[in-house]
Design a protein around this ligand. Structure first.
Ligand code: PEP
Length: 250
């Protein structure tokens, strides 16, 4: 059975100093657990500080929140994949709903990021999810399927290396969480999309994200369709994040 993933998206919080203080506290509270990995997506300016603190922890991976697909050039404000890699990042979020809906990132752009990351040997974690009005009008699976088109053209080996984070937009930072049953329905459709393209069912990893907290994480990760969680707000407090990432999986 593959390990569950507990991933922290720190968004635009915690610089190098804040990250160092956070980790000193968190690492006292979280000892490695064989059935899971913990991933951190800090701000790019804090990536080196995080890596310095966790370099001897094989259960912890560090990624960036966004990259640009061009290798270098006059792209003020952007982060190249080579730079992220030089800092020690092994993964990147792609298509987070804040990138899609605040910064207007398109499916074509997420595809370019996914392909460039895979070419460089980094793991893209592709975030997908519908807005409230899309859910209410019954378009959830159509929206998610359209977002998965960013992976079209990858062979089954490459596909199996891309974890998906299903994050309904209406649940992100709102305190409203999908029920394990809601998540399971979409996760199983995502898994079927991969299986149709030749990926073994057990190799597909689908995380849930959206207002995951200490008091709801257990029921979510107990759901067999949920291979882990991507957590924003509650990952910013070392005590809460330790409690979430240590949760017992029934
Ligand atoms: C996120 O940023 O990916 C997220 C799920 O945020 P929150 O946990 O705060 O809803």
């Amino acid at each position: 059975m593959s390990k569950k993933i507990f991933a922290a998206n720190w968004k635009m919080f915690l610089g190098p100093h804040g990250a160092k203080t956070f980790l000193a506290d968190y690492l006292e509270r979280y000892v490695p657990m064989g059935d899971r990995e913990v991933w951190f997506f800090p701000s790019s300016i804090a990536v080196s500080a995080v890596i310095a603190q966790v370099q001897d922890r094989t259960d912890i991976r560090v990624g960036v929140q966004n990259v640009y697909w061009e290798p270098k050039g006059a792209y003020t404000g952007e982060l190249s994949i080579a730079m992220a890699q030089e800092a020690g990042a092994v993964a990147a979020l792609v298509g987070h709903s804040e990138r899609r809906h605040v910064f207007g990132e398109t499916v074509d752009e997420t595809a370019k990021k996914v392909f460039a990351l895979l070419d460089a040997g980094l793991t893209p974690m592709l975030c997908v999810g519908e807005k409230l009005e899309e859910r209410e009008s019954g378009q959830t699976l159509a929206v998610v399927t359209r977002q998965l088109e960013a992976l079209e053209g990858l062979d089954s080996v490459a596909l199996a290396s891309v974890p998906i984070a299903y994050e309904p937009v209406w649940a992100i930072g709102t305190g409203r969480t999908a029920t394990p049953e809601d998540a399971a329905e979409v996760h199983s459709a995502i898994r079927a999309w991969f299986v149709d393209r030749g990926v073994e069912k057990v190799a597909v990893r689908v995380l849930y994200g959206g207002s995951v907290k200490v008091d709801n994480v257990r029921e979510l990760v107990a759901e067999p369709e949920v291979d882990g969680v991507l957590v924003g707000g509650a990952s910013l407090d070392p005590e809460q994040w330790a409690a979430i990432s240590r949760v017992l999986i029934d």
